[in-house]
Ligand binder design. Structure first.
Ligand code: GLY
Length: 385
């Protein structure tokens, strides 16, 4: 194989009339007009981006669209999770309506997961639904959040509680955008890539153990391969269960523990989403080992890989620490009142062999957290015993 610099991979998400391609390669934003034209109902788009990503990539995107004869307007939102709110949604919809949209035009989300979720939800709602396209610019968005069709905003009760399933017409993942991503965010997105190896592709996880450092270092071929493998895994799961009636919950591997840690750390720079997911993956495998589904070597193997890539692998690694086990269980929505003391959880029989367990004893999840937290994890238990 050559250096892979100009190669393009295409992954199809098979959803009948809502099927779409994920196109992965370097320099795609410069070619976006020609690539996206065939999926546009009319040659008119509104690009939604934020004030960090927009200045880097909206000009080449708009130029490429206009070269292809596509009329293009631009709407900018403030960067950051705050705009994924009712107020941010209202501001975006106001700006979109000011551009006199029609039902045949297409919204393009240019940015990370926040812009993708917000612009996707605006597309699902505007004029009762217009087409949208994802142009993800972070590793996390390229391997995970731009694919699958869940769009939405946060409310004061929690994250992503208001939204809609609205599949994009195409996902254009230009890996050149990863060159401008801060390394910590790159590593954070990498944890979601690891998740796909752990869910159902042991060979991919083994490949990551060898090539993960190349992904972080910027090897275009390794990046393209990892993004395509992750998207193929997500496409399989979404095609099987688009609206999360069952197997799609496998995508939550590592996220139950991860969300609790993220919430405890305040959803910010102290602990990024992917960093929390990485720790959550180790804990989900530790719980699986504790319940006898896999060998204790498996969580250790995952933790070793994460550490080698500069990621956190334990709640004890979180700057300023983590609350005790009982508090974390509360953040997961599991408290002492859980019916029968049993909870639903994504577990694994080994790397690449995840499954949904319906009746995990809450005490076992507590024990895993207490063990991972060391002395601080047991404090609440002693206090409340
Ligand atoms: N948009 C993210 C998902 O559907 O999973």
């Amino acid at each position: 194989m050559n250096s892979g610099t100009n190669q393009i991979d295409t992954v199809r998400v098979e959803l009948g009339a809502r099927s779409y391609d994920i196109v992965i390669g370097r320099g795609l934003i410069d070619r976006a007009g020609a690539i996206l034209s065939p999926v546009l109902a009319t040659p008119r788009v509104i690009v939604v981006s934020d004030d960090q990503v927009g200045p880097l990539y909206s000009a080449p995107l708009v130029a490429s669209m206009e070269r292809a004869g596509i009329k293009t307007a631009l709407v900018s939102v403030p960067a950051g999770e705050e705009c994924k709110s009712f107020a941010g949604f209202e501001r975006l919809v106001d700006a979109l309506l000011a551009s006199h949209p029609d039902r045949q035009m297409t919204i393009i989300a240019l940015g990370g997961g926040v812009v993708g979720d917000l612009a996707g939800f605006a597309a699902a709602s505007l004029l009762s639904g217009v087409d949208f396209i994802q142009v993800p610019t972070t590793l996390l968005a390229q391997v995970d959040s731009s694919v699958g069709g869940k769009t939405g905003i946060n409310t004061r009760q929690g994250k992503n509680l208001v939204g809609a399933f609205h599949q994009p017409r195409m996902v254009l993942a230009d890996i050149a955008t990863l060159d401008s991503l801060p390394e910590r965010h790159l590593r954070s997105g990498y944890a979601e890539t690891v998740k796909y190896g752990l869910i159902d592709d042991a060979e991919f996880f083994a490949w990551l153990e060898t090539h993960g450092a190349d992904i972080i270092a910027g090897d275009p071929q390794a990046r393209r391969y990892a993004i395509a493998a992750s998207c193929r895994a997500k496409a399989r799961i979404v095609a099987d269960d688009e609206r999360e009636a069952g197997s799609r919950a496998l995508l939550n591997l590592g996220h139950t523990f991860g969300h609790a840690l993220e919430r405890a750390a305040g959803y910010g720079e102290r602990l990024l989403h992917g960093e929390a997911v990485g720790i959550g993956l180790v804990l989900a495998f530790a719980l699986s080992a504790r319940l006898g589904f896999c060998s204790p070597d498996e969580p250790e193997r995952i933790a070793t890989h994460l550490r080698q890539l500069g990621l956190l692998s334990s709640p004890r690694d979180i700057p300023q620490g983590s609350p005790d086990a009982e508090t974390l269980l509360g953040h997961m929505g599991f408290d002492k009142k859980v019916k029968g003391g049993r909870i639903r959880f994504v577990l694994a029989r080994g790397i690449g062999r995840s499954f949904i367990a319906e009746d995990v004893p809450l005490d076992e999840a507590r024990a895993v957290l207490e063990s991972a937290l060391g002395d601080s994890g047991r404090l609440a238990r002693h206090k409340t015993a």
